[in-house]
Design a protein around this ligand. Structure first.
Ligand SMILES: [Zn+2]
Length: 509
């Protein structure tokens, strides 16, 4: 029986490996609702540059991109509508649609999340499939939560000729609309530049900085979350920190005295173009990749391995925190800072457990730490341990780690006892392995038959075994609650394993 089951597990693994639910490798229908931060954004970024390159305003590619966007957000459960926008500039007439849709909040007060979907005659990966990708990922995530603010998503056209689509839209909307907007968060060119910047604010006629609270709130939140973001350096008198109120769609809102927060990755340190200087890397002439052939995901991955994922993940985490917790007018962080007790010690996994890029179940899985595997821990709190994993800082749920070295002793026992022990060990390690497989299985089976739908519970290890991770003072230093949780987790894992087995058996027919 056990042999037979092992074969089934192997089949499941093979099938799942073929599905390659990893960065960039998955198909459209396999998108899961609970992907890690930045994963969907990366998927969309790749999908857009592959299917809709050179989506220049008014071209068939841009129109095709518009149709796909409408389809995509409709499939998420939104009711998008288009707002016709046009502009004349230097003898050229531009026409394009803004695509708008909303997630209602408890209040009618709005946060606008904007990104432009047109590009110049390039792949437009960073400028601005990255922003569109993060907008789509976030729109999908927001369908799963209740928010205080109503969130309006705005996909603008006619940005490249001078951010005109958004200007046309905002100036022709009602005053009631403009009054309802607490803040506009613009996502443009966020994935490839050296540094992740946060901008916001403007200067009044007397030269005072105004409406900067959003930028300060975003930066404080990023710091509390341990994200590597900053304001730009004070090197350009036209843009006193933290202002950058030009050159993209947030400009339209700023013009109407509406606060904005602008996410952009670039590099202002010593560049000859200041804000258009994206990288100090000598392989990039003049430091500029946008609007050139280099604005391509493969180029970025080859030149800056891991950067695109890192930036998308970081901005995704920050955007999620702001949309759920925004405090209008505040310059403080909207989340409690994550604190760790620093240590340098070897710890061991008590069972197979996910290693994540951040301290939370929403972060991407970097790998699985096998039962009894040693790992260097550099810090911990009640919920999460900071570890060194394959040369990088990563996080593991603290409940799955112990400082006690696993015993590898061969005890004198009766034949019967030892066989029971062995079978139990085998059983539990198989279960631990299958929980993760089963996560992939459920992701894959989102569109499968209804009889399988009953089994669609995400059973990845921390997600089900542990209660909601919250940075509260109450549970930060407690550790005994995890024992029943692990027991429950093993039960769920067993259920998941059985379900995966059933599905695999069905497949084999
Ligand atoms: Zn752009």
């Amino acid at each position: 029986m056990r042999k037979k089951m092992s074969c089934i597990w192997l089949c499941v693994v093979v099938v799942l490996l073929q599905l390659t639910l990893s960065w960039g490798g998955f198909s459209m229908t396999a998108r899961a609702d609970q992907s890690g931060y930045g994963e969907d954004a990366y998927y969309y970024m790749n999908y857009i540059q592959t299917n809709y390159p050179s989506r220049v305003v008014g071209t068939p590619n841009e129109k095709a991109m518009e149709s796909w966007l409408i389809q995509e957000v409709t499939a998420m459960g939104y009711a998008p509508y288009t707002f016709f926008t046009e502009w004349d500039q230097w003898g050229t007439h531009y026409e394009g649609d803004a695509i708008l849709f909303e997630k209602p909040g408890r209040s009618s007060r709005r946060i606008v999340v904007g990104a432009h979907y047109d590009c110049v005659d390039t792949h437009g990966a960073d400028d601005n499939a990255s922003g569109v990708g993060l907008l789509l990922e976030t729109a999908k995530r927001m369908q799963q939560v209740e928010t205080e603010y109503t969130i309006q998503f705005a996909l603008f056209s006619i940005e490249e000729p001078g951010a005109m689509g958004s200007q046309y839209y905002v100036s022709r909307e009602t005053q009631e609309y403009r009054d309802s907007v607490a803040v506009m968060i613009n996502l443009d060119t966020i994935a490839a530049g050296d540094n992740m910047y946060i901008y916001g604010g403007s200067m009044d006629e007397q030269g005072n900085l105004v409406r900067t609270w959003g930028a300060y709130q975003a930066l404080a939140t990023a710091q509390a979350l341990g994200l590597n973001m900053s304001f730009h350096p004070d090197v350009n008198e036209n843009y006193p920190v933290p202002i950058k109120n030009t050159a993209s769609d947030h400009m339209a809102y700023d013009f109407h005295n509406i606060p904005y927060i602008y996410f952009e990755a670039s590099n202002w340190n010593g560049g000859k173009f200041n804000n258009f200087y994206q990288t100090a890397d000598s392989r990039v002439p003049d430091g500029q990749m946008m609007h050139t052939w280099m604005d391509d995901l493969e180029f970025y991955n080859a030149t800056f391995p891991g950067r695109v994922q890192n930036h998308l993940t970081s901005y995704s985490i920050l955007l999620d925190a702001l949309l759920q917790n925004l405090v209008e007018g505040s310059t403080e962080s909207v989340v409690a800072p994550v604190q760790y007790t620093d240590v340098t010690e070897t710890v061991y996994a008590v069972s197979d457990v996910n290693v994540r890029s951040g301290a939370g179940t929403g972060y991407g899985v970097l790998g699985i730490l096998g039962k009894d595997t040693p790992i260097l821990r550099t810090g911990y709190n009640g919920e999460w341990s900071r570890v060194e994993y394959e040369g990088t800082t990563a996080y593991v749920a603290s409940a799955y780690l112990t400082t006690e070295e696993p015993e590898i002793t061969i005890e004198e026992t009766t034949a019967e006892e030892s066989s029971i022990e062995e079978s139990v060990t085998e059983e539990s390690s198989t279960e631990a392995l299958t929980t993760e497989e089963y996560t992939l299985e459920t992701k894959e089976s989102v569109l499968s038959t209804s009889e399988e739908k009953t089994e669609q519970t995400d059973t990845s290890i921390e997600e089900t075994a542990l209660p909601e991770q919250e940075w509260t003072e109450e549970n930060r230093h407690t550790s005994s609650w995890w024992i029943p949780a692990v027991v429950a987790g093993v039960c769920v894992a067993a259920g998941g394993g059985i379900a995966a087995g059933i599905i695999a058996r069905k497949r084999r027919r």
